[in-house]
Design a protein around this ligand. Structure first.
Ligand code: GLU
Length: 310
């Protein structure tokens, strides 16, 4: 019945997703990789004013970047609208990427010079602790446990945990319906931890990335994918005939910029830059050019929490 009519569409969707996954895995630079759906063209993206003669002598991270000549910023590469790498060009796009560019400009480094490094959810704290990246912008929830390991500027956006299912799914409408269902999330993420703690009857499965979870959802290996609404909306928009986001968000996920713990000078400079970009309209322009394409109008950003030096 349903399965029959679904098949050709599903096969096409799977082929698209599998191609993207393959290209991501191999870093292939052929022409086959499809560009992000409704993704912004370079020309439509806002430009940010690069600070002249900016100095931050109290920040060891900034000083190291200055000697190197550019920033190294951790990000995600498989989250449409938020942080996505085009396998053909190697270019990153999305709201988090715009925030990273805005911060780079405020710190005196032209955004074009940023070296983005893809870091999975479970590896963010170690990447910051090892100095692999200068800071991290990638759907990174601020919480007290993580604050013991890293610092956070921001928040710059408020997301909430949600559920992604196949369009033919009628049983799952919220987290209360997950008992006995196979639910996929990313290792080391707050949505994974919340299902484990609050919905122990769910059959929880972890992968490194949400895009692998989505592949598994499309191939009937799992029944739902859970993470932030901002991320799930992007996957649903890629294959709207196959996937839908259901229910209301059931958590608050304030997104912060992860910095090495103890580099308070860098953290405060980023807090200042976020406040300034919300005031001068850059934040709104960045939102409209990226996450706003999902159809949700720009919300008011949450207030920056400039907590004391630690
Ligand atoms: N915001 C959540 C977290 O930081 C989920 C998204 C992600 O894994 O990046 O864990």
């Amino acid at each position: 019945m349903h399965i029959h009519s679904l098949r050709p569409r599903l096969r096409r969707a799977l082929a698209a997703v599998a191609l993207t996954a393959l290209a991501l895995a191999t870093g292939a630079c052929g022409k086959e990789g499809s560009p992000p759906v409704k993704g912004p063209e370079g020309s439509e993206l806002p430009q940010y004013k690069v600070a002249k003669n900016f100095q931050l002598p109290d920040s060891p991270t900034w000083e190291k970047a200055k000697r190197r000549g550019h920033l190294v910023i951790g990000a995600k590469e498989d989250q449409p609208y938020m942080g996505e790498k085009d396998p053909a060009s190697g270019l990153y796009t999305g709201f988090d990427i715009e925030i990273a560019k805005m911060m780079s400009a405020a710190l005196g480094f032209p955004p074009k010079t940023i070296e983005f490094k893809t870091i999975a959810s479970a590896n963010r704290e170690t990447a910051l602790q090892n100095g692999q990246i200068d800071f991290y912008v990638g759907t990174y929830t601020i919480n007290d446990m993580r604050k013991k390991l890293v610092g956070f500027a921001g928040p710059y956006y408020m997301a909430g945990q949600s559920l992604l299912v196949r369009t033919d799914e009628n049983d799952i409408k919220g987290p209360q319906d997950l008992a006995g269902k196979r639910v996929c999330s990313a290792a080391g993420s707050t949505p994974y931890q919340r299902i484990q703690a609050d919905y122990p009857r769910a059959d929880l499965i972890a992968y490194d990335t949400y895009s692998v979870c989505v592949d598994n959802l499309l191939t009937f290996q799992v029944d739902a994918v859970t993470t932030d609404d901002a991320i799930l909306l992007g996957y649903a928009a890629k294959v709207p005939d196959e996937l839908k986001v259901v229910g209301k968000p059931f958590s608050e996920e304030p997104y912060g910029i992860g910095v090495p713990r103890g580099d308070n000078a860098l953290r405060f400079a980023l807090d200042d830059a976020l406040v300034a970009s919300e005031k001068n309209g850059d934040w709104n322009k960045a939102y409209d050019a990226t996450l706003g394409l999902s159809g949700v109008p720009a919300p008011k950003p949450p207030p920056v929490d400039r907590y004391p030096a630690s």
